[in-house]
Write a protein that binds this ligand. Structure first.
Ligand code: AMP
Length: 280
């Protein structure tokens, strides 16, 4: 695997390669969810590029940034074993030569104000900026993203339209633990007991994705979902929301004429977890 911390060297290296490029931006602390993206990328392109960059501009909570796990040696080993071709692992000044405070302002519309946008101030501006800069460095044919960060996929597509970036976006399904818990780098900060309790999110998502369990109103379903989360120890619960899967318009009621989605964000201890599931 070719590894560099410098954008110039990355560009020179990629310019010398023949073939298509699939690119996976990550913040490291890699788990099987990330590695499933690598294997999906290998089906699409000749060269798979991964970046590991814990982007300071997308952290609305400085403590979360400080506590974000950074096991770079283990990550390099995992990527090598997975057959990743290139790892770009920059420092902050390689991405933001003028400093991380000089962000471009993207018009993300509704996405900036709803759900994650509502609860994480400035988060998506940070995401849009860093992914734009990374895409300009890598110039991939395919951009591989995870459905776990569903709203993020929509934000990145919006940014790409505004910046005229033409990579094809491929969205990969969420990898889960045997318990159903969505894999996440932040799970390493949970105790075994907390991990077991956190599986209630996916249990509830599964339950309400079954039409037979929807003989109730969304309001009643949401209340019961929130109660289950509270009883499992989630506190606070930022949201349990029903939305149109196309544009994330929040829905007051199940509407079988739309493709819908349930999205959740809640804290287990000081670890904020998110998950979602599409329902028909
Ligand atoms: P992160 O390192 O958390 O920024 O994630 C990097 C990419 O991996 C994003 O596109 C995520 O949506 C994706 N990802 C994170 N967790 C999972 C998972 N459990 N299954 C599939 N993809 C994931």
């Amino acid at each position: 695997m070719f590894l560099t911390k410098k954008q110039d060297i990355l560009r020179q290296y990629l310019a010398r390669q023949n073939g298509t490029i699939a690119y996976i931006p990550t913040m490291g602390a890699l788990h099987d969810g990330h590695l499933s993206l690598v294997s999906l990328a290998q089906n699409y392109a000749d060269i798979v590029v991964v970046s590991i960059f814990v982007n300071p501009t997308q952290f609305d909570n400085k403590d979360d940034l400080i506590k974000y796990p950074k096991p770079i040696e283990a990550d390099i080993e995992k990527l090598t074993l997975a057959g990743c071709d290139v790892l770009y692992h920059p420092e902050v000044d390689d991405i933001y030569p003028e400093g991380p405070d000089t962000l471009k302002n993207y018009d993300l519309g509704y996405l900036d104000d709803v759900l994650e946008g509502q609860y994480r101030d400035g988060h998506y501006q940070g995401v849009a900026n860093v992914v734009s800069l990374l895409l300009t460095a890598v110039e991939p044919d395919f951009l591989i993203l995870g459905a776990k960060d569903y709203q993020q996929v929509m934000v990145i597509k919006t940014m790409m339209k505004q910046d005229g970036i033409e990579a094809e976006v491929i969205v990969a399904p969420t990898r889960r633990e045997a318990s159903g818990l969505a894999m996440s780098s932040r799970n390493t900060r949970l105790s075994e007991k907390q991990k077991a309790a956190a599986a209630v999110i996916s249990e509830q998502l599964e339950y309400y994705s079954d039409r037979n369990h929807r003989d109730t109103t969304w309001n009643a379903a949401q209340k019961s979902f929130v109660t289950e989360l509270s009883q499992a120890g989630f506190e606070p619960i930022d949201y349990v929301a029903l939305a149109d899967a196309e544009d994330l318009t929040l829905l007051e009621e199940f509407d079988e004429t739309r493709k819908m989605m349930i999205l959740v964000a809640a804290y287990m201890g000081d670890v904020r977890l998110i998950d979602n599931k599409g329902i028909n």
